[in-house]
Design a protein around this ligand. Structure first.
Ligand code: NDP
Length: 448
């Protein structure tokens, strides 16, 4: 399976233990495939059994969330917090509200978060949480009652020095506000226990834009290093949520034309360039479907089914919706149509086979752990501001974010070179993220 015997042994055991967690196993496999040279070089990781320890979350908390809908019916959902690894700092990672949420998806996200947070250079461990609650079609009052019930259980497990959740799919400013309000009430303290807060309650400027902007900062450095740029490039972006919108905004600022965007129902193709103010109005204000875009912009076309967005020819593809949205068939179409670079804004949006296809065909590939780390990096800056009781200017946050993304890019390039595979950004990101956490675990002894 892997050429390294130790990794094979741990993975085989994991497969037996968690046969019903395919996303988690996929995320682990992707990391194991690329950290082999680091394991060979550092026998202390084997001696301290770091690998078997790092794949097992320190804590998996599962709970019931009961809440009352607008018709007076009692609804029940399942909630989780996966506290994956605290070797380099308090658990940190978002909360996802989507009907597809289950333990496998949250464990994969929490596992990836360990390495992503490490890459930022900030002291943050890995965590993730969420619920199978679907915010779509719910009233504000229903979302509030759900969030309050969710936090009523979660609050005892988190804290500004323990575990600091944030947003993810289905959790934006509205949800973070309801969660924060309930935490404050239960804990009787006003602290930076969540990030992604509103500016009026200790949030950071630029947090909303950070994942999308960060993705573009990372890919911009990557393109330039390879003699290309966003200027004049045609860009396709999946999704039309938080990450996608601000990736599109920065891509346009850098001179690109964004020609297609999607939601879970379908995609719009606008060869003249997507009008972002229309998307923002539909998605951020009215919470409507992307199909409505063509009413405002009749020259654009709408196609039902989001997967076919990858058939639109482009120079750069930025998957910013969800996991496994680019399979091998989609990757092959992108390559055939001349796509030169792929930057992952979503978490694990490309299957292992799709990643290999991009790399085999010389497509510049920015893996999620590195390329979308701008969101959590900015959350780290929000935590710093909260600890300082200070609010930084937008310029200060944005420049710091830009610097962090350039550093992450460089760390990946350097690690790929040091470990014998120059240009392999998947290997570079995984090893650079892993080493710091592994060293911290060795240093701290067998304490957990
Ligand atoms: P949002 O909820 O704001 O937007 C998600 C977008 O993706 C929506 O357009 C949604 O469409 C679409 N989408 C969601 N699920 C699916 C699906 N199963 N199939 C197709 N499309 C889907 O989430 P974010 O923008 O915050 O997150 C997007 C991705 O980025 C996720 O993978 C997340 O983990 C990752 N990420 C987010 C960060 C952040 O700071 N927010 C940080 C780092 C990574 P619809 O409206 O129809 O549901």
């Amino acid at each position: 399976m892997f050429t390294n015997e130790y990794l094979t042994k741990v993975y085989t055991k994991l497969e037996k233990q968690y046969p019903f967690e395919p996303e988690f196993l996929q995320a682990v496999k992707e990391v194991f495939t690329s950290i082999e040279p680091a394991i060979e070089k550092h026998p202390e990781y084997v001696k301290h059994n770091i690998i078997e320890r790092i794949v097992e979350p320190e804590r998996v908390i599962q709970f019931r969330i009961s809440w009352m809908d607008d018709n007076g019916n009692v609804q029940v959902n399942r909630g989780w917090r996966i506290q994956s690894n605290s070797a380099i700092g308090p658990y940190k990672g978002g909360l996802r509200l989507h009907p597809s949420v289950n333990q496998s998806i949250l464990k994969f996200l929490a596992f990836e978060q360990i390495f992503k947070n490490s890459l930022t250079g900030l002291p943050m461990g890995g965590g993730k949480g969420g619920s199978d609650f679907d915010p779509k079609g719910k009233s504000d009052a229903e979302v509030m009652r759900f969030c309050q019930s969710f936090m009523t259980e979660l609050f005892r497990h988190i804290g500004p020095e323990t575990d600091v959740p944030a947003g993810d799919i289905g959790v934006g400013a509205r949800e973070v506000g309801y969660l924060f309000g309930q935490y404050k009430r239960l804990a009787n303290e006003f602290t930076g226990v969540l990030t992604g807060k509103a500016i009026c309650s200790g949030g950071s400027l630029v947090r909303k834009q950070a994942t999308g902007y960060g993705l573009l900062y990372f890919m911009d450095a990557y393109l330039k290093d390879n003699g290309m740029s966003f200027d004049g490039a045609k860009v396709v972006i999946s999704g039309s949520g938080n990450v996608a919108i601000y990736a599109a905004e920065k891509a346009m600022e850098l001179g690109a034309t964004v020609i297609a965007m999607s939601d879970s129902n379908g995609y719009v193709h606008d060869p003249a360039g997507i009008q972002l103010d229309v998307i923002k109005q539909l998605k951020e204000v009215e919470r409507k479907r992307i199909s409505e875009y063509v009413k405002a912009v009749p020259t654009a076309t709408y196609t039902e089914g989001c997967k076919n967005i990858w058939t639109v020819p482009c120079d750069v593809a930025l998957p910013c919706a969800t996991q496994n949205e680019i399979d091998l068939a989609s990757a092959e179409i992108l390559v055939k149509n001349g796509c030169k670079a792929v930057g992952e804004g979503a978490n694990m949006p490309s299957t292992i086979e799709a990643c290999k296809c991009f790399q085999d065909n010389g497509v510049l590939f920015g893996p999620a752990k590195a390329a979308n780390a701008g969101g959590v990096a900015c959350s780290g800056l929000e935590m710093t501001q909260n600890h300082q009781n200070m609010a930084w200017s937008a310029k200060q946050v944005d420049e710091t974010l830009h610097g962090i993304m350039n550093d992450i890019y460089k760390k990946c390039v350097d690690a790929a070179e040091t470990y014998g595979k120059p240009g392999d950004m998947i290997l570079g990101a995984n090893i650079a993220g892993f080493i710091k956490v592994a060293d911290a675990m060795v240093w701290q002894g067998v304490s957990y």
